[in-house]
Design a protein around this ligand. Structure first.
Ligand SMILES: [Zn+2]
Length: 291
């Protein structure tokens, strides 16, 4: 009889849980407001995850605000217009057939970026990709660095080390968010680059399983890196395809799992305080449920 009651309770609990809920983190990290520094709202997501749904997903995960860039930029503007107090828009320089592999070859790209920046209050330029520096239009990169600097906004780069160094050669005072902390770059490469450039930030998207050790706890090299540069990392989920949106609860839960292993100051910095400083905003749990 008692056993049956326990099973009934367990079934009832599972029915009320969100479909993709991750592990429950029993730590104050579970309550920190999150600034998600790597959201895309691309066209295929618009119907499956309308703006109301995206806000509900942010709310139930304690994501107070997000840095959003999209292909095309209309997705970012749609989300920002729906929830201007929750969305920090960022201009991704992709449109039509000009995407991650060829965007620097589009003759009208500098004009497009300039026009969009004048039309809307974007707070960053990116996230954009680099395939090979040798074939990249470097004149355009100089123009982008100038536009970012003039507006005092960061650029958000998906690349290895070389393009980050190239942008700092153009202007050592640029602010750069290194998407996915270099994607496959190890802590031994990320750490000295952050030592060298005080304005180099990074987001954790796609690095959750590098940061979390397979044997439990946090990977030692990542722990050292996150503690040393806790003033430069931000949480990120990278909703680049709809399956990432469907997995959003779990992605935030993984990030909270990492935060729960850090001291309070470092966890707060990475969860939202670095974004507050970088964008001159206030991030708080009181924003949840609002737009
Ligand atoms: Zn990326």
């Amino acid at each position: 009889m008692r056993q049956a009651a326990i099973i009934a309770l367990a079934v009832a609990a599972s029915l009320t849980s969100p479909a993709c809920a991750g592990p429950i983190v029993e730590h104050e990290a579970a309550k920190l407001p999150i600034f998600d520094a790597h959201i895309h709202y691309k066209e295929p997501a618009w119907e499956a995850f309308p703006p109301e749904t995206v806000l509900k997903m942010m709310d139930r995960n304690g994501v107070a605000m997000a840095l959003v860039s999209s292909t095309p930029d209309d997705g970012t503007i749609m989300l920002w217009e729906h929830a201007p107090d929750r969305i920090v828009p960022e201009l991704r320089p992709y449109l039509g057939d000009w995407g991650s592999s060829n965007w620097t070859e589009f003759d009208g790209m500098a004009d497009y970026i300039q026009t969009r920046l004048e039309q809307y209050p974007h707070r960053g330029i990116g996230e954009f990709h680099f395939r090979a520096m040798e074939t990249t239009n470097k004149g355009l990169l100089k123009l982008i660095a100038g536009m970012a600097k003039k507006r005092d906004i960061p650029i958000h780069i998906h690349s290895g080390t070389a393009p980050v160094e190239y942008f700092y050669e153009i202007d050592p005072d640029l602010t750069i968010i290194w998407a996915h902390a270099g994607m496959s770059e190890p802590p031994e490469v990320i750490s000295p680059l952050m030592d060298k450039h005080a304005t180099l930030y990074a987001d954790t998207s796609f690095r959750e399983y590098d940061i979390l050790s397979r044997t439990g706890g946090m990977d030692k090299a990542w722990e050292v890196l996150l503690l040393k540069h806790s003033d430069r990392f931000m949480v990120g989920t990278d909703t680049w395809v709809n399956s990432q949106w469907a997995d959003y609860d779990r992605l935030i839960a993984s990030n909270r799992e990492c935060l729960a292993m850090l001291p309070k100051d470092a966890a707060e910095a990475i969860a939202y305080r670095n974004a507050e400083r970088l964008f001159g905003i206030d991030v708080s749990s009181e924003q949840l449920g609002r737009r």
